[in-house]
Design a protein around this ligand. Structure first.
Ligand SMILES: Nc1ncnc2c1ncn2[C@@H]1O[C@H](COP(=O)(O)OP(=O)(O)OP(=O)(O)O)[C@@H](O)[C@H]1O
Length: 249
């Protein structure tokens, strides 16, 4: 199964992706978290994993990704390139702990290096090509906003976990994410994160999962502490399971 996590900047996408990944790995699934956010410092840190090469670096850098993207545009891309299973992913691009691994697509490193479209292309091709077994789950942590929909990354997932925080802008964006998910025939789950008491009653939409604001997340992240799944992650998983036929390991 492929789960994509989407939402406004800073709403908690990476935190929730990391907690869900760890929770599922502990349940016995084989989990790959794809860090498809080209701007954040790296999700591997939240899981206490080392920095490894990105997929873009492995393939020869962003310029090569751009060449591959152009080749696809001309119908000249070798479509076998990403016909991978989880076992085919080269070790040098996997930050691993037990049955949990993180793969980073690529990061913006320099001023004026150009747009991140080649990274969006790589994320889309990887998700399109990869074949999963029943006990394998991919979680895609996306960049802030909805550009991944424009890049076609979402076409190749089963469910969108739409994370909102209690602000009008975030809720409006989440409604848009719900509409875009529906237009692609994807299951959609709304998570209200950083919720303060009573705030959900004021919302124009009903969240499937509510995660309270908890200052310890911020303190732990500043201290570089690894995230641990909280109880609401089980509720999130049950919401996903309620919409999709799932295999239990
Ligand atoms: N429920 C919560 N309560 C309080 N703080 C939270 C909560 N969830 C996440 N945070 C904090 O919010 C900050 C942003 O979280 P995170 O990096 O997961 O967001 P993001 O949506 O992935 O951000 P970006 O859009 O920059 O990639 C972090 O400091 C994190 O610890």
């Amino acid at each position: 199964m492929k789960i994509l996590v989407s939402g406004k900047g800073g709403c908690g996408k990476s935190t929730i992706s990391a907690m869900l990944g760890k929770y599922l790995a502990e349940k016995g699934y084989r989990v790959l978290i794809i860090d498809a956010d080209e701007s954040n410092p790296g999700l591997y840190r939240m899981l206490g994993l080392p920095k490894v090469k990105t997929l873009a670096e492995h393939l020869g850098g962003k310029k090569r990704a751009k060449i591959l993207m152009a080749a696809e545009g001309k119908g000249e891309l070798d479509e076998e390139l990403f016909n991978w299973t989880l076992d085919d992913i080269p070790d040098e691009i996997l930050a691993k702990k037990g049955n949990l691994a993180v793969l980073t697509i690529g990061k913006i490193e320099e001023a004026e290096e150009g747009c991140a479209c080649p990274y969006g292309f790589l994320a889309r091709k990887l998700l399109e090509g990869i074949k999963l077994q029943e006990n394998e789950v991919i979680i895609v942590d996306t960049e802030a906003g909805i550009e991944h929909f424009g890049r076609g990354v979402d076409k190749h997932v089963d469910v969108v976990v739409d994370v909102a925080e209690p602000s009008l802008e975030s809720i409006e964006l989440s409604k848009k994410i719900a509409g875009l998910s529906e237009s692609l025939g994807l299951k959609h789950i709304l998570v209200l994160n950083k919720a303060l008491p009573g705030v959900e009653e004021k919302l124009p939409v009903k969240p499937d999962v509510i995660i309270p604001f908890d200052q310890s997340f911020i303190v732990d992240s500043l201290n570089g502490k690894e995230v641990e799944p909280i109880d609401q992650i089980e509720t999130l998983w049950k919401s996903i399971a309620g919409r999709i036929h799932l295999f239990s390991p």
